[in-house]
Design a protein around this ligand. Structure first.
Ligand SMILES: *Cc1c(COP(=O)(O)O)cnc(C)c1O
Length: 458
């Protein structure tokens, strides 16, 4: 067989033309979204008040395995996709491991992460529906940046609520968004009722993703011609992100490579869900077996220490209830530097797969994550995002286990983005000032005690 190249690209003709909807192959479907008032499953009509119509269809569709990627979206994908699948020869050599390591690099676009894959799809459907614009929240700024780029491309208005403490860590993120024409408001703000209440209750708060979501939803429903869009957690986002897994699988298949372990960082679960989807599909259909590992920060451990229950997706409790592994919507994680992983809940698709024992999860501390990031940057050249570095850390750990046992496992991990806007975090690490705050059981109990009461027999 040919030697595997450093970078495996796909020809334009080999690019996916359909997204893969893993829910179609799940025996235990993810639980439906519930209306927080009636506790009944949300209908398409109810959801269409908040979300774009075709995206609602995708959200509710747990039967159709393949969904066409519209030509307009494929055209945009062509500008920065396929993303490279890299064989980490240099890292393998440095570690002295017999393991074969691959990473799928999603940082090769201006927004710097995988989030553009779903942003462009969501902007497309909003435009097709004839809307004026969309509202959203952004934590670390990656989603807001991706969405601004997508909205600029389709000529849509883009209003972003940015978590205040993230803005203070990464002020230049806002300028990128404004350059693409987005209107950026720091959250909590006095432009919404939810924001004003938050400011009154917790003056001086740095905000949270949950609160920014509530503000963005309020802004969408109270402005004619606007809908709300979300960059992770929802099943439609996992669907769009399946392009990552489909490309990865096509590239590996070209060389006859079958992974043993697939690893990704998990914030709301979209990159991991997208990366593993086609492989998980094979596992669900009994065709192949893989180990899947979700990596989360020890400071925000929704899978490893949360509970599987219905919860609000936001702090303001205006969103539908989703059944997921959660720490409670009132949980505010310590200011970890992996902003994109500071969400209290987890995609209901991944939550169900995890609950069914089809996926594993581990949590890691941030100083260890930055050590792995530094090691990776020095041999592979790419300066990774702190979020992505969670996956690096566990990939390295697995490769080191192979070194002990002599096993030649094939490990694939998702390298979701670059860390150029995270230099404050790297600075803390380089100065030896980074700390690891792990919430105590008592900290977690508060959030979990605040879960909404939903009868178990729904
Ligand atoms: C947002 C983000 C994540 C986490 O989000 P998921 O929805 O869990 O994928 C991971 N890495 C980067 C670079 C991000 O921007």
């Amino acid at each position: 067989m040919n030697k595997i190249p450093y970078k495996i690209y796909l020809e334009e003709s080999e690019m996916p033309k359909k997204w893969y909807n893993v829910r179609a192959d799940m025996k235990n479907k993810p639980a439906p979204l519930l209306n927080p008032g009636t506790l009944k499953p949300m209908t398409a009509e109810e959801l269409e008040g908040v979300f774009c119509k075709e995206l609602v269809e995708q959200e509710l569709d747990d039967k159709t395995p393949y969904i066409d990627i519209p030509r307009e979206i494929r055209d945009f994908y062509k500008m920065y996709r396929p993303s490279p699948l890299v064989r980490a020869y240099c890292l393998e050599e440095k570690l002295g491991t017999p393991a074969k390591i691959y990473y799928k690099f999603e940082g090769n676009n201006t927004s710097g992460s995988h989030k553009l894959n779903s942003a462009i799809a969501q902007a497309y459907y909003a435009k097709k529906q004839g809307l004026k614009g969309v509202t959203t929240e952004t934590g670390a700024g990656q989603w807001g940046t991706a969405l601004s780029m997508a909205c600029a491309y389709f000529g849509l208005d883009c209003r972003v609520y940015m978590v205040k403490c993230s803005y203070e860590q990464k002020p230049f993120r806002r300028e990128v968004m404004r350059t693409y024409g987005a209107d950026v408001t720091l959250s909590p703000s006095d432009t919404t009722e939810v924001g004003r209440k938050m400011l009154e209750k917790f003056p001086g708060t740095g905000g949270s993703l949950g609160c920014a979501i509530s503000e963005a939803v309020e802004a969408a429903v109270s402005n004619e011609g606007y809908r709300y869009v979300l960059g992770s957690v929802l099943s439609q986002v996992l669907l769009h992100q399946s392009v990552i897994g489909l490309e990865t699988k096509a590239a590996l298949d070209k060389y006859g490579v079958t992974p043993d372990i697939i690893i990704g960082c998990a914030g709301g679960g979209s990159n991991l869900g997208g990366l593993i989807s086609p492989f998980m599909g094979e596992k669900l259909r009994g065709e192949k077996d893989y180990r899947f590992i979700a990596v989360e920060p020890a400071s925000c451990p929704s899978l490893t220490r949360g509970v599987y229950a219905y919860d609000f997706c936001d702090t303001g409790m205006v969103c539908p209830l989703a059944k997921m592994y959660t720490l409670g919507s009132s949980f505010i994680p310590s200011p970890n530097h992996a902003g994109g992983l500071r969400y209290h809940g987890m995609s209901s698709v991944l939550s169900q797969l995890y609950d069914d024992g089809l996926m594993e999860a581990v949590s890691v501390e941030q100083t260890e994550v930055f050590k792995a990031a530094e090691q990776f940057a020095r041999v592979e050249g790419i300066l990774p995002a702190p979020e992505s570095s969670h996956a690096i850390k566990v990939a390295v750990d697995e490769a080191m286990k192979c070194k002990e046992t002599g096993e030649e496992k094939t490990i694939v991990f998702g390298l979701t983005g670059t860390g150029y806007f995270d230099m404050t975090a790297y600075e803390k690490f380089n100065n030896g000032e980074m700390t690891d705050y792990i919430p105590t059981d008592a900290d977690l109990k508060k959030g979990i005690d605040g879960l909404p009461k939903v009868p178990a027999n729904l």
